[in-house]
Design a protein around this ligand. Structure first.
Ligand SMILES: [Zn+2]
Length: 820
């Protein structure tokens, strides 16, 4: 199927075919833009003016606003290129033990490599701040000489290795990773709030802080780890646990883990700690779910859906899960939310919750994201960090697809619109091409361009090529590039092969240029000059600063709405000013661009009261959300209070309900009070964010006894988040028993200590003597905890204020004395 056919097919859906397009101008702006960026050295202060002068004059001169220099920047950096490759790492075996008090790794590693050059006499490995006791060839005792700098070790191999010769080299090393790559958590066991653990996080090139290796994503090796830990600890690593040998005299145990399929060194990983685990064999996959012991009973909730997510993607990808075993473990103080180590995903400790915490949250997004990486990232791997959006874009987009298919259209759409919002927020600050080699550090790539924007662009690609081509391409990509590294051009070529058409324009504008379309959408009811028939003229203008961003080509839908219903038509937006005429049976009341919310475009439009009302009743959740946003921005929430209240109670999208209720905050209508009293309850609203937004509505009504009773009931409710919010509101209302309510919850467990945080806030809010006494107790609670620190700070402030007051009194007295 080619693109034209897709457009026609969509058009057939509509009775209004063949929009008459007025303007079609040749466009050399794109080439100009690229050259301009190259030669102008990103000078953008004056570029707005250039864009204005060069800009095509649209029909309606009011469309041209004076173009200002953007508030965002294009970040600068030195281009990063692939480094030369001399050796191919085939296999790495590591034996390691730990010095907890010295925060050190003592290890021996054997690397098997093949020479890629005609002759090599040296081997350079990544080894950051590491010391070597001995380096030798395997099977030999003779020490090899080596030289080190802060990032590498270069070994003189003592003889020449010819092309394709195999080298086996053994290194005895000690590393003290500076909280990079490998992390000791409470290694001395002195913090009662933290378990003692070790875990690694190799991405992007951090494993070489603790292990000498070739730390590059395009490298790929099989792996064996022998990990020696205190016998009380469990270990989790890539592949399968082959054996476990205890040494009773030392109290240590050595676990032997092996992965027989090659993967990139940044995915080498292990964790050690006291964990409980559950194993499930299903469809030839060994699932292991690990938690800290207190969460042992809740594994089914914490790792809910894992097997369904696996089945879903195995079927969609038509490629069985490659790694045989899949472990998931939550580790303490993890510096990411999750990391997709091959066959052993690590999650942050807040992914753990009990049955009450399960009311407030689930890990679906995270579990989908990391599991998708087992194919997109681990099986097929980004060639370099400039192409990290290959890994992350697919992982992010498949979160949306899974949720849409398995948890409902609205839930998937909510998630997608949230990703758009995330990206647009970041784009206020800076815009860069998604695929970008000018980062300073690989870590600079961990932003919303790499994640949310890349995912949204892949979503648009899916819409553009259609389901059949999309899945054929995804499957082709996995088949063709399994166990190898790719960049985004490889993805482009696969999609082009399946589609039979060039997609260079799409990949260029979205992946290799910064920015996004900023569209002005206007419509007007007119008469056809020849037939006098009704027509609607729709003008879509690309308003983005074209000196910095491309002129986009977009295939989009429009809903044309009149008293007779609506028609959905397709348009191609490719010029700066695009004017379309559609025949209509009568004057229309609204034209809605992109009702599904697929396009990653900022849309500027004038929406009157009637349009907003129509949009709030539209079938598409994206349209309703945009209407709510417009109402918020225009300050019209009072005017539309009843409609918003209806959406807050009944919208099929949780996100829309929460958004609507948030708009009613502070309003005093009786319907607002009723919603607040009823919709915080789980029987009315399953989603906790909606319940919190409903509870917030009671703020203006706290003088009423029934509101006090409701808040008191909410404090004792099941949801930790609801309980915490209700307690804060209760204290803010200064009810007589507020202290008792707070004191009653002090010291109780809650997910992420959200209730104890609220207890602390409530006591500070009350500020009474008995509150201060309890805050004293809280400030002395062990461990480094934010609420405890906050209590301490508040108490110090009180003391300082008291002292300051007495100082002031003294000064005043002194002044008085002098004056006297
Ligand atoms: Zn990811």
């Amino acid at each position: 199927m080619d693109l034209q056919a897709i457009i026609i097919e969509i058009n057939l859906y509509s009775r209004m075919l063949n929009p008459r397009k007025q303007t079609a101008r040749p466009n050399d702006r794109h080439a100009f833009l690229v050259l301009g960026l190259f030669f102008m050295g990103w000078i953008f202060a004056g570029c707005g003016l250039i864009a204005q002068i060069r800009g095509d004059q649209p029909d309606d001169s009011q469309e041209v606003d004076s173009v200002e220099a953007p508030g965002w920047i294009i970040p600068e950096g030195e281009p990063q290129f692939l480094r030369p490759r001399t050796w191919n790492l085939l296999h790495q075996a590591v034996q390691m033990g730990f010095d907890f008090s010295g925060r050190a790794v003592n290890g021996t590693t054997e690397l098997t490599l093949v020479n890629l050059r005609s002759v090599s006499r040296e081997l350079t490995l990544d080894a950051k701040t590491m010391s070597f006791n001995q380096i030798r060839l395997a099977g030999e005792t003779h020490n090899l000489s080596f030289a080190q700098d802060s990032a590498t070790v270069t070994i003189d191999l003592g003889r020449d290795f010819l092309q394709d010769d195999t080298l086996r080299v053994v290194l005895d090393f000690t590393s003290q990773p500076p909280n990079r790559g490998l992390y000791f958590i409470d290694p001395d066991g002195t913090d009662p709030t933290r378990p003692t653990q070790i875990w690694t996080l190799g991405q992007p090139e951090d494993n070489s802080f603790w292990l000498p290796t070739i730390d590059h994503p395009a490298e790929r090796a099989t792996q064996e780890f022998w990990i020696t830990v205190p016998d009380s600890m469990r270990t989790v690593s890539n592949g399968f646990l082959i054996s476990s040998v205890s040494e009773p005299e030392s109290g240590l145990r050595t676990d032997y883990w092996r992965l027989d399929l090659p993967h990139a060194p940044y995915l080498f990983a292990f964790a050690a700690g006291v964990f409980k685990s559950t194993e499930i064999w299903q469809n030839d996959i060994l699932y292991t779910y690990y938690t800290e012991p207190r969460y042992d009973d809740y594994k089914n909730m914490i790792y809910d859906r894992t097997e369904d997510i696996m089945a879903y993607f195995e079927e969609r990808f038509d490629f069985p899960y490659p790694w045989g075993a899949y472990g998931q473990v939550s580790v303490r103080d993890f510096i990411a939310r999750g990391m997709e180590n091959t066959g052993a995903t690590f999650l942050y400790h807040l992914a753990q919750f009990d049955d009450r915490g399960a009311i407030d949250r689930d890990n679906t997004d995270l579990i989908v994201h990391e599991l998708v990486h087992q194919w997109f990232g681990n099986l097929v791997t980004t060639r370099d960090w400039a192409n990290l959006p290959f890994n992350e874009g697919f992982a992010n987009y498949f979160e949306i697809l899974y949720k849409r298919d398995r948890m409902g259209y609205e839930t998937g759409t909510d998630h997608s619109l949230q990703h758009q919002k995330d990206y647009f927020e970041e784009a206020q600050r800076y815009r860069r091409p998604i695929i970008w080699n000018e980062y300073q550090q690989p870590e600079d790539m961990y932003d919303r361009h790499t994640y949310a924007k890349a995912g949204q662009v892949l979503g648009m690609l899916h819409e553009l090529v259609g389901d059949e081509i999309w899945w054929a391409s995804v499957r082709n990509l996995l088949r063709t590039h399994a166990f190898s590294a790719v960049d985004m051009r490889d993805v482009q070529h696969i999609f082009e092969t399946e589609l039979g058409e060039s997609l260079a324009w799409f990949f260029d504008q979205w992946f290799y240029e910064p920015g996004h379309p900023e569209l002005s959408v206007r419509f007007e009811n007119v008469r056809n000059p020849d037939t006098e028939a009704h027509e609607v003229r729709v003008t879509i203008t690309q308003k983005q600063d074209l000196s910095l961003q491309p002129l986009y080509r977009m295939y989009a839908e429009l809903d044309i709405i009149s008293g007779l219903g609506f028609e959905r038509v397709s348009v191609v937006v490719s010029d700066e000013v695009n004017t379309f005429y559609f025949p209509v049976p009568q004057p229309v009341t609204d034209v809605i661009f992109d009702p599904y919310g697929y396009q990653l475009a900022e849309i500027n439009e004038e929406t009157g009261a009637l349009q907003l009302r129509i949009r709030m009743a539209h079938m598409e959740p994206a349209v309703r959300y945009r209407a709510l946003e417009a109402i918020g921005k225009q300050g019209l929430a009072e005017q539309f209070s009843e409609d918003i209240n209806y959406l807050g109670r009944h919208d099929a999208s949780h996100r829309n309900r929460a958004k609507a209720l948030a708009l009613l905050r502070g309003q005093e209508g009786i319907h607002v009070l009723q919603t607040g009293l009823q919709h915080w309850q789980p029987e009315r609203q399953p989603d906790v964010q909606v319940r919190l937004a409903a509870l917030q509505l009671l703020g203006p009504f706290t003088a009423q006894e029934r509101v006090r009773r409701t808040l008191s009931e909410a404090i004792r409710g099941e949801s930790y988040l609801v309980s915490a919010k209700a307690l804060r509101m209760y204290a803010a209302a200064d009810y007589p028993d507020a202290f008792n309510q707070a004191a009653g919850l002090h010291g109780t467990y809650s997910w992420n200590e959200v209730v104890q945080e609220a207890v602390t806030d409530a006591l500070i809010e009350l500020g009474t003597e008995e509150a201060a006494a309890l805050l004293e107790t809280i400030s002395l609670m062990p461990g480094d905890r934010s609420f405890s620190n906050r209590a301490q700070r508040w108490l110090e402030e009180q003391r300082e204020a008291a002292e300051g007051y007495s100082d002031e009194t003294t000064e005043t007295d002194a002044d008085t004395e002098i004056n006297r």
